[in-house]
Ligand binder design. Structure first.
Ligand SMILES: Nc1ncnc2c1ncn2[C@@H]1O[C@H](COP(=O)(O)OP(=O)(O)O)[C@@H](O)[C@H]1O
Ligand SMILES: [Mg+2]
Length: 231
């Protein structure tokens, strides 16, 4: 049986600016199963980033339940959410959020430092992950000197080093040319196969949807399922 790893039930999110309240997510419900890749596409401003941040515990919904790998995010305080992000659910922001003046190694080590992992285990895990994402020959380079595709792989390595059950990627190919975009898409397929990770990616790049098991569309904050699970 397919195991539900991400469950959203009747999620609402509004933002208020200059006294005007706008509903960004309207009654969104979805599931993602263990080891599947879900693609969510939709036009700019449709609420994709907001949806991912809610699953990552970076934003709280106004209403509704978010349950990820057994954690009900409404029940976690800020410390609990920080632990959740560092152990269960990794979020890769659209701009990668890598630190340019640190090395590839130092960037990928950060989540393990936060988790209090001992130095020997840290080195072993970081080197394994850098080998996996194809950055073994760039270990001690400053990230600021890398290409966009390499920076994206640093961000994926940093997200993967804690072996999360859920990986969220916001427009992972937005700033990449097509050959680098394919490499990133293939890396997600490998991660799913090798680690059984549930991957949710949001994109407005229709080409990336060829790589997903199931796709959904988000239009004006309303989510629609447009293909059935392959599982
Ligand atoms: N922190 C915020 N405060 C106010 N409005 C926001 C905030 N974050 C996003 N929005 C608004 O919510 C809408 C959806 O944004 P977003 O989730 O970033 O969409 P997408 O990622 O699909 O482009 C946009 O209209 C955006 O301006
Ligand atoms: Mg966005």
């Amino acid at each position: 049986m397919s195991e539900v790893v991400v469950l959203l039930r009747d999620v609402w999110k509004t933002y208020t600016s200059s006294g005007v309240t706008t509903a960004v997510l309207r009654n969104v419900s979805m599931v993602a199963y263990r080891g599947e890749i879900v693609g969510i596409h939709g036009p700019s401003g449709s609420g994709k980033t907001t949806l991912l941040k809610i699953i990552a515990g970076l934003e709280r919904p106004d209403k509704g339940d978010v349950i990820v790998d057994g954690y009900n995010l409404n029940m976690l305080d800020e410390y609990g959410l920080a632990m959740f992000r560092n152990n269960v659910c990794s979020y890769i922001p659209q701009d990668f959020a890598v630190i340019d003046n640190m090395t590839v190694y130092e960037n990928v080590e950060i989540p393990l430092l936060l988790a209090g992992v001992d130095p020997g285990t840290r080195m072993k895990k970081v080197m394994e992950v850098l080998d996996y994402v194809g950055l073994k020959d760039k270990v001690y380079q400053k990230v600021g000197r890398l290409s966009g595709g390499e920076k994206q792989r640093v961000a994926i390595g940093r997200a993967l080093v804690t072996t999360p059950s859920v990986l969220l990627a916001d427009e992972p190919t937005a700033s990449l040319d097509w050959s680098n975009a394919i490499k990133v898409a293939e890396l997600f397929l490998d991660i799913k196969k090798d680690f059984g990770t549930t991957i949710i990616l949001v994109t407005h790049d229709a080409r990336l949807l060829e790589y997903v098991d199931r796709s959904m569309s988000l239009v004006d904050g309303t989510l629609k399922q447009i293909s059935s699970p392959r599982l």
